[in-house]
Design a protein around this ligand. Sequence first.
Ligand code: PMP
Length: 307
Amino acid sequence: MPTAEFMCLDGEIVRYQDARIHAFAGVVKYGCGVFEGIRGYWSERERELFVFRLPEHLERMRFGMRLMRYAEIYPANYLADCVLRMLRANELRENVHIRVIAYLGGDDELAQTGPVGLIAGALPRGSPKGVTTGIHVRVGSWARLADNALPPRVKCTGNYVNNRAAEIEARQDGYDGVIMLTATGKVSEGSGACLFLARNGSLHTPDLASDILESITRDTLIEIAPATIGSAVTQRTIDRSELYAADEVFWCGSGQEIMPILSVDRIPIGDGRIGPLTRALQERYFAIVRGADAERRAWLTPVWTDR
Ligand code: PMP
């Protein structure tokens, strides 16, 4: 994977190959890491790299650290400083995917709460192909983690063993991705994205009690939908069979952006092509993240100006 040359490890800028932690660290033994995937978009017009909704990502990370009972919860400005220093060290002037992990270090037993460390890195990365082509997914046979076992609203590394199982099953069966259902069989989310469907001109998405991550892209779409497609998003419980009845389905996430889903379980969605509401939201979203939407500049953190 082509990664940027420098990372930030525990506040220090180090070369990629030197970003090492101990083999017995709590993150390795117990899956105790809280992570974020964030995108930065390069604007050629402004010669600026904009990080999309950085404070919101870092606040979610701090919430995760609290729920994981970390002995140290990093202040938001320390987290932001590590990310921005890492980006500047790499002189990145292209679209990037930023990865941040607040990890449990040490070599102690199960109930250890520290020491805590921080890793930030980035890789140059454009939009995934599926954003323009659309994808074909299946409903996974593994149930989504339940909130009373391992809360999916905490973006903790250990949780992703669940997502990985579902993703591998789908990939090995020839699909591009997976939609997970809750333990009670309701629609939850993708392995790394939140789900939306359109029926009769309005948008619906599983509510926050459907064992989903509280996605920042989902929140973005809920915010911009009324002015973009002329109707608000309904957050509610969604049955599996409603997926097949939908006119449009897509999922969204920082990494996946807005990705049209053309079939579920080989059943075409609508006419099997990217629908008008999905396209309208994609257009607005990409204008916003690239800094071309004056109304939503507050969502962007510039890397090079205002230093
Ligand atoms: N659900 C899951 C399980 C995810 O891993 C992600 C990616 N972080 C999302 C949804 C989308 O979240 P966000 O929009 O905040 O990137």
